[in-house]
Design a protein. Structure first.
Length: 347
């Protein structure tokens, strides 16, 4: 398992990061422990979670994933072996996050969230604390193009207030570094500008969706990753399982995530099935498992710091960790040819 630098922090992380969002709903504690044991034994030193998890978000399961990870860290005495990342929710009207109040990325909310994450994780510090999504109003999860639209009204909490709060938490030793998630080039530029002005810590990473059906990171954020050393933590490298082909043409396998929760509407759009079929055909021709083709493509991108993989059970994790980390140049050329034809049908 190769290690890669996490921004300019001096920390190195495994090129595969263990995603944990199913722990506490689809994945019970026993299987979650087995996954974390297996990942650590196979060179994965980077775990990613969030206060929001498990997924789908519900009041009843809020914080469940962090609690399971905390119990594992306590039982295995493995805190010093793990680079631990978690996230604070952005602006949200789901009132269970903040005891009946609206969640925001202001000082009060960030301090509240950090203290509770530390308790659930049973640790004194968080290596990478990420803003799960922006505080300003944006269309991020509507399943459309994610193109910017003016929502009117004030943007809300300033970058400076958010960054200042994070800076104080760094000084207190409760977090070590910070990153963003579901962020845009403009948002990244504003955090970099504020930190250069001395407001708070420097941005270390960007956690956005990136996979064969959504390569939008390449259009604007990749240049930040190269020039500013703010690499991508790529989530959904399998397109929520759609790149396996199991949901093609409306199929809904029993027990699968989208069958249970119906949260994949961004993949139910014109052009998605056709793109998936092309990538499945390429994998077959190349003698690769579709999972391995999709994962190896993401891991091989030079702007990727870590590829965040997730599994609902240990057998899935074993298959995922068997994926190659490089692809033949001809396969990469063929992938780009499909992309030229199919574009980004599932942003």
């Amino acid at each position: 398992m190769q290690k890669r630098p996490l921004g300019r922090t001096g920390v190195t992380v495994s090129e595969i990061c263990l995603g944990t969002m199913t722990y506490g709903q689809q994945t019970d504690q026993s299987d979650a422990f087995a996954q974390m044991d297996y990942a650590l034994a196979h060179g994965v030193n980077f775990f990613d979670t969030a206060e929001l998890y498990s997924i789908p978000p519900r009041a009843e399961t809020y914080g469940a994933t962090e609690r399971i990870i905390g119990q594992w860290l306590s039982a295995r005495k493995s805190r010093d072996k793990i680079v631990l990342a978690t996230k604070v929710v952005g602006r949200s009207s789901s009132h269970w996050f903040r005891n009946g109040e609206t969640a925001r990325l202001d000082r009060k909310n960030i301090f509240y969230a950090v203290e509770n994450s530390l308790k659930r994780l049973q640790t004194d510090y968080i290596d990478l604390y990420q803003l799960h999504w922006p505080d300003r109003p944006m269309a991020l999860f509507d399943g459309l193009s994610n193109a910017y639209r003016d929502h009117g009204g004030p943007d809300g909490v300033t970058f400076e207030e958010t960054l200042s709060a994070l800076g104080d938490l760094v000084k207190q030793g409760k977090i070590r570094h910070f990153g963003v998630s579901n962020e845009t080039p403009w948002g990244v530029s504003q955090f970099l500008r504020a930190s250069e002005a001395g407001v708070g810590p420097r941005l270390a990473s960007i956690q956005n969706a990136f996979h064969l059906l959504n390569r939008q990171f390449e259009l604007g954020l990749a240049e930040f990753a190269f020039r500013e050393q703010t690499g991508l933590l790529a989530y959904s490298p399998l397109g929520q399982g759609f790149l396996t082909g199991k949901y093609l043409h409306g199929a809904r396998p029993e027990g699968a995530r989208f069958t249970l929760f119906a949260r994949g509407q961004r993949y139910e759009k014109p052009g998605v099935d056709e793109a998936i079929e092309d990538y499945l055909a390429l994998a077959k021709e190349a003698g690769l498992h579709p999972v391995h083709l999709a994962l190896a493509f993401v891991t091989s991108r030079p702007f990727v710091t870590a590829n965040i993989i997730g599994a609902t059970n240990l057998d899935q994790l074993k298959l995922i960790l068997d994926a190659p980390h490089k692809l033949d140049p001809e396969i990469l050329r063929r992938i780009d040819a499909i992309h030229q034809l199919r574009g980004n049908p599932a942003p």
